[in-house]
Design a binder for this molecule. Structure first.
Ligand code: GLV
Length: 369
């Protein structure tokens, strides 16, 4: 059921599928007889040094894929030199992750109806030393994912007998879970009076995302936070311009991994027009659909300064814990490095559209009123 939670999109999963298949439409230009020595994937995201511009995206319930999953992923990211983003809906709390790591990580915020909770969450992220706030704007209500309904990953949770039998065969998982105290949503339980157990928590969470969230609220949050701010979930040039106006440091072109508005276009297809609208004024990042170093390369060549992986590291985590996250990062790094070299480029800032072959109608001809 936790694998299904990750490997799913909303409704027909069209957007989820196209996020990846649209990357396949873009091809790379092979160049030869270019000196390939002294290559580097090092670069910066929001002014922070990164070993490659690939951050770990915030993924809810990461600690259900492997015991203490957020701590393992954060440690792997830290050792590799890429940013780790902790979700509000994480299992390990922001304090627990801070205690288990030595470098600052990023914190993703969901805005809740409970203004006091939101304000305290921002304070806790500050106190934990987080070096950027990633504010999610595309999940005031939840897109329906059929697999979660089928598996009883609902509110409150109703695991089916099949799920329970399945879980009982995962001995490594059970042993890990038995050893940790991190088994609920650590940022929330104990910080909200009416939430004491998993069932009351699920009900609280379902009712708690603030459907009112608008640009005025974004401004208020930016002020409360007062540090580097990344707005996640921008998929339209008009919204990108709004993000610019509120003074964000970066935007993430994202459709939430195809988990929210099914039928929306893929992130990579929307990237060129968002770059044209704001690319020279704000740092543009991209998530949704990245599964390989070649996908990273294509997003960077189209102008993104950074990318995020979610599922691509979660599967490593589920399979092999911290080592699996490291392995996923290594795989992506190698693909990025070798593909970049075979395109005749040695550094990230040398990347541009001229290494790509993009279908003439890639952005599509859509009527927009
Ligand atoms: C939460 O972010 C989800 O997509 O389930």
């Amino acid at each position: 059921m936790f694998y299904d939670y990750c490997e799913s999109g909303s409704w027909t999963e069209q957007t989820f599928r196209e996020n990846s298949s649209d990357f396949d439409q873009i091809r790379l230009r092979q160049r030869v007889a270019v000196d390939m020595t002294g290559r580097s994937t090092a670069s910066q995201m929001i002014g922070q040094d990164v070993a490659m511009p690939v951050a770990l995206a915030p993924v809810g319930s990461t600690g259900m894929n492997s015991a203490d999953g957020e701590i393992k992923a954060a440690r792997a990211a830290e050792a590799f030199g890429v940013p780790f983003t902790l979700s509000t809906m994480s299992v390990c709390s922001v304090e627990a992750v801070a205690e288990a790591t030595t470098k600052p990580f990023w914190f993703q915020l969901y805005v809740m109806r409970d203004k006091d909770f939101t304000r305290r969450m921002i304070e806790r992220a500050k106190a934990a030393g987080c070096s950027a706030l990633v504010l999610t704007l595309d999940l005031q209500i939840l897109g329906q994912r059929h697999k979660d309904l089928k598996n009883g990953l609902s509110v409150p949770p109703k695991p089916t007998l099949r799920n329970l039998v399945d879980l009982s065969t995962k001995w490594g998982w059970i042993a890990g879970m038995a050893k940790t105290r991190n088994r609920t949503f650590g940022n929330i339980v104990g910080h909200i009076d009416e939430v004491s157990d998993l069932s009351s928590l699920s009900i609280w969470a379902a009712e708690s995302f603030d459907p009112k969230l608008d640009w005025e609220d974004v401004k208020e949050i930016a002020k409360l936070w007062g540090g580097p701010l990344i707005l996640k979930g921008i998929l339209d040039a008009e919204d990108a311009k709004m993000a610019l106006q509120v003074g964000a440091d970066a935007i993430v072109v994202s459709n939430h991994g195809g988990r929210q508005l099914d039928g929306a276009l893929s992130s990579i297809r929307m990237l060129p027009q968002i770059m044209d609208a704001v690319g020279d004024k704000i740092e543009v990042h991209l998530d949704s659909g990245i599964r390989s170093g070649q996908d990273v390369l294509k997003a960077l060549a189209l102008g993104a300064k950074g990318t995020y992986i979610g599922r691509a590291f979660i599967y490593g985590l589920g399979a092999m814990g911290q080592e699996g996250v490291t392995k996923a990062l290594e795989v992506i790094h190698k693909e990025l490095d070798v593909s970049m070299a075979l395109c005749g480029r040695r550094t990230i800032d040398e990347l541009g559209r001229d290494i790509l072959l993009v279908p003439e109608d890639f952005e599509g001809r859509w009527q927009q009123n």
